[in-house]
Design a protein around this ligand. Structure first.
Ligand code: NAI
Length: 286
């Protein structure tokens, strides 16, 4: 029987979420995605108009099929959490059931269960500010959107995950080494995400035999990364200093995700897996 995946954080064809969807689809999984509410319209329209058809192509020549797109804002757990100004915001008003709890309920109603949960989203409103200049509000927003969003997703989807299932998120080395410029509490948020990966691996493993891992990915020119402001520099730095001097392709992260959620990785849980051309292992560039 084919597996079913829910991938949170896909809104175009440039990011890691899209590449992961493709690798999972190529391996035979059914793909459901969760798309940030303000980005939903343009994503659906672009898909419908064929804008992504070229990048939907799978190795066997067929096009990746997304069975259903769910609106999602992973900063809110249930309708009681949503402030009035968001409820009435015109980017949200035409849309319903997009809190984490409601999204999980919708997936349950539509499909009953899933096997794979992917978290490929992050947001830090003050990411361009150094940590010393980050406000409490900005820091907490980064942790809410980038770390707690994963705790919440796993919490709400766990009851509909089939035993033997698996979950992954995406992290970045700024959690453990100094990356000047990755600010606004985003480095802190990734450190929380990695620590939570271990604790959640224990809890979800004991509770439902679900594995939980995170991929520490190298730099990719995604929409989110462009907002940080120095993605080209990060890519150049990696090219110059990593053991493997090639540009990282999103597919390499996608393929690792496909491995991690497959039975081939049945004893791997609570791990941070580096997919970065080996850059994390360097102490000094040469
Ligand atoms: P992306 O822009 O493709 O993905 C981020 C997604 O998060 C977007 O689709 C955005 O709409 C969504 N999003 C933001 N706030 C949300 C919310 N409140 N609720 C639901 N969705 C929300 O960019 P990318 O870079 O592929 O990001 C995916 C993951 O990869 C993130 O966790 C990021 O930190 C991580 N990563 C990215 C690296 C890079 O160089 N691009 C390097 C290492 C990790």
């Amino acid at each position: 029987k084919g597996k079913r995946a829910f991938i949170a954080g896909v809104a175009d064809d440039n990011g890691y979420g899209w590449a992961i969807a493709k690798s999972l689809a190529a391996a035979g999984a059914e793909i459901l995605v969760g798309t940030w509410v303000p980005a939903l319209n343009i994503f659906e329209t672009s898909l419908r108009r064929g804008k992504f058809d070229e990048s939907r192509a799978l190795p066997d020549g067929s096009l990746m099929k997304i069975t259903k797109i769910y609106p999602l804002d992973a900063v809110y757990d249930n309708p009681e959490d949503v402030p009035e100004d968001v409820k009435t915001n015109k980017r949200y008003a035409g849309c319903s059931n997009w809190t984490v709890q409601e999204a999980a309920e919708s997936v349950k109603q539509d499909f009953g269960s899933i096997d794979i949960l992917v978290h490929s989203l992050a947001n830090g409103p003050e990411v361009t500010k150094p940590l010393l200049e980050t406000s409490r509000k900005g820091y907490l927003a980064a942790v809410s959107a980038s770390s707690y969003s994963y705790v919440s997703l796993l919490k709400h989807f766990l009851p509909i995950m089939n035993p033997g299932g698996s979950s992954i998120s995406l992290t970045y080395i700024a959690s453990e080494r100094i990356i000047p410029g990755y600010g606004g509490g985003m480095s802190s948020a990734k450190a929380a995400l990695e620590s939570d990966t271990r604790v959640l691996a224990f809890e979800a493993g004991r509770k439902r035999k679900i594995r939980v891992n995170t991929i520490s990915a190298g730099p990719l020119r995604s929409r989110a990364a462009k907002a940080i402001g120095f993605i080209d520099m990060m890519i150049e730095y990696s090219l110059a200093n990593a053991p493997l001097q090639k540009e990282l392709s999103a597919d390499e992260v996608g393929n690792t995700a496909a491995f991690l959620v497959s039975p081939l990785a049945s004893a791997i849980t609570g791990a941070v897996i580096y997919v970065d051309n080996g850059l994390n292992a360097m102490g000094m560039g040469l």
